[in-house]
Every structure is written in structure tokens, then in C-alpha cells.
Design a protein around this ligand. Sequence first.
Ligand code: ATP
Length: 283
Amino acid sequence: MITLNAHAKINLSLDVLNKRDDGYHNLKMIMQTLQLHDIITIQEIKSGIEIECDAPYVPSNNSNIAYKAAEILIQKFGLNAGVRIKIEKIIPVAAGLAGGSSDAAAVLKGMNNLFDLGMNQQQLMDIGKTIGADVPYCIVGGTALAEGIGEIITPLPKMDAIPVILIKPRFGVSTASVFKSLQIDKITDRPKTDLLIEALKNKDTNFIGKNLCNVLESVTVERYPLINKIKRDLMSKESMGSIMSGSGPTVFGLFEDDGIAKKAYDKINKNRVDCILTYITND
Ligand code: ATP
């Protein structure tokens, strides 16, 4: 039996470069792991794949992305065994925090150890990208540039472990529908990715906070103006910068130190259920 933490991520930046002939988009994103995590326990059983997950909106059958990850490995390596996978869901679902992708990445890594499959990180990433575009990043984790459809990963200088407040409005957003509504030629405000990377090298967290940028935000804000209200709320509580993560709807705010973040959290948490105080991590 093996237990792993499957961490959530945020996007410090998200740029959509163009649409490809295969329907996917070429992206350029700076990704960052958070302490917030699901807990995945994998146990060897005689045969089959069993998923145990009691979170609402998360399937416990073969449409769970963790099931797909296990199925691929069992087939690829002709394993004469099955797995029981328990998912303790803590990351908000359909939130832009890559919860599902991270669970799948943890299953690939966990089964690699449990069954001594001998795969290196690149081999795990190659399998991961057949499951979902964010899975290769979730295998690497930390601070990283993700390009292509998200599967080309370049590690970046680590960010300091500052506090992050996440606020998830009470609705989920489908990533596919956000990309469908995006008009690439109408994007005016794009992230300064190269300058953000420079700031990571210089540990200039202030610059990063001021220059967080996600081009998908305009699509989601048009549908749900609440996103802008949440950003303003976080900024009014001394956040260094606040944007939507991924395709949303989670909005996050970076904070300079724990004292400011805890004060902000206490005020916000009085009114909202889905408010989480977590930290940047590079685990
Ligand atoms: P991303 O940031 O990669 O776009 P997300 O955080 O927006 O991902 P997820 O939480 O991964 O979205 O879930 C998207 C959908 O996938 C959910 O609506 C859920 O039904 C389905 N799903 C399948 N497996 C899982 C899983 N293990 N955890 C969460 N959702 C899952």
C-alpha cells in the first residue's frame, strides 16, 4: 500500500498563443504548486480497479481520471493484479486547480513505486499527457513553465513559500467551454511571461504579484462578474495580486506574510464557505 499527496496548482500566468489544427490550443503558462492536496492511497488487490471517493461531483467509476491512469499502467505493463484507489478529496472540484490531473499524476507515480515499474520522470510524463494536458506538470510540480498544450515542462527558479488565499465561487466551470468562447484575436492584455521568469530568478515576489495575468479571465468574468468582485475584495485586504486560476472559477490572492493573510482570511471566511488559506510549496 502506498499513500501520496496530490497537490493543487495555480497559474501565475496563462497565455493562449493560438489554436492548433487538432483543436487544442498552444499555451504558455507559469504553474505553481500549492500545499493544498488530496490524499491518494493505492492498495494492490487481486484484479480490477476500484475507486473510493466520497466527494460530490466526483465519479467513483471508470470516468474518474485516477481510474484511467491505473488502467493504462495495468494494460501497458500487463500487470497480473488490480488496485483499490482511495481519494480523499480536499481540492475543490472543477475549480481551475488541476485536482483531477494531480490525482492521476499521483496514481502514475504511486503505481510506478508499488509495482516496481522502473519508469523515469519523462516516461511518466509521456503517459500522463495521454490522460490530460495538466498531468505532466503535476508529475514534475514546483514552479514551472508549461508550453505546448501544457505538456512541455521547464522547471523555473522556486518561488518563496508565501501564503495564498483561494476563493471558489459555488459553481464549477468547464475548461472546454471557456476555450470555446475565447476569441484569441481579441486578447489585449497578455502576461509578461519573460519578465515574470526574470522576477522568479530575482525573487521579486512584489513584481510577480503585480503582474499576475490570465487571458481566460475575460471569458469567465463575462459569464460571472462575481470573479471581479472577489479579486477586488482580496486586493482590498492587502493581497499583493489576485487573478483567476486556470479556466476558473477559483480566484487566488498572494500575500506578503502570514499575519496579513490570516487577517484577510478571517474577514473573508466569515462570509464565504469556499475560502482556503494555503501556501506556495515546491514539494
Ligand atoms: P484543470 O485545472 O486541470 O482544468 P479543474 O481543477 O478545473 O482541472 P477537476 O477538479 O480536475 O477540474 O475536475 C474536472 C471534472 O473532472 C470534474 O467535474 C469531475 O467530474 C471530473 N473528474 C474525474 N476524476 C476526477 C478526480 N479524480 N478529481 C476531480 N474531478 C474528477
